[in-house]
Design a protein around this ligand. Sequence first.
Ligand code: OAD
Length: 254
Amino acid sequence: MSDVEFIEIPEGLIRILKNSKKVVALTGAGVSAESGVAVFRGAKDALFSKYKPEEIATPEAFRKNPGLVWEWYEMRRKKLKEVKPNPGHYALAKMEKIIDDFYIITQNVDGLHRQAGSEKVIELHGNIMNNKCFQNNHHIGELPLSDEVPPKCPICGSYIRPDVVWFGEYLDPDKIALAEKLTEQCEVFFSIGTSSVVYPAAGLIPLAKECGATVVEINPEQTEKSYCPDYIFRYPSGKVLPYIVEKLLNSTGS
Ligand code: OAD
């Protein structure tokens, strides 16, 4: 599917986008797949094919085996330093410039949307490059020089962990409140590269639909929320999104 030559973008969708002031794009791991970042589910090399989420991405997992969890995140951080945004990320950054009020709500912790130039980005699950301490949430700037795995907080001595949201933890209430408000108010809602199984992010898709937005799904595979969209593109996002932007820029009708 990735060697696809041309994707037809319906005129109807371009017309709606041109007449829309408020647009939201919810993104998941699939938007970074073409950069070489592993997704969590489904694929052979998916991150949760080796460890189950409860073994590696929960506070209990960290309590039980902090070294294993820390090393897993260190491995992902190392890989992320080698990758770059792909045409899908860049197309979304361009959309922010074309559309009055365009927000990305991302489940990704990889920071690639900002690297591509997007500014209005809500990182619902945090950012993998940030750290805090396990006991007291002390923000850790630079990691202390240490042979310990994981290193320890210079303030309270508890282990340092990545500042991402784990299963069983609450999202930042301000971020999710803003994400819901934007979703309720938007005229077009894109769901891009997410299996749509992790809440509360997945709940934004039916919320957008209920509130009257035109919903667009971009994903090579069917998802749990494929009953919502008005438009579906079964292609990689790095292929579809540049065509949407190009057509939006070149279309003359209203
Ligand atoms: P998943 O790994 O669950 O789903 C990735 C989705 O991307 C799948 O539906 C794929 O079909 C699709 N996909 C693959 N390649 C694609 C491409 N080139 N273009 C578009 N789509 C593509 O990832 P998420 O839905 O993001 O949470 O997972 C949600 C959360 O689960 C993550 O944020 C993470 C994980 O636990 C935390 O870290 C808290």
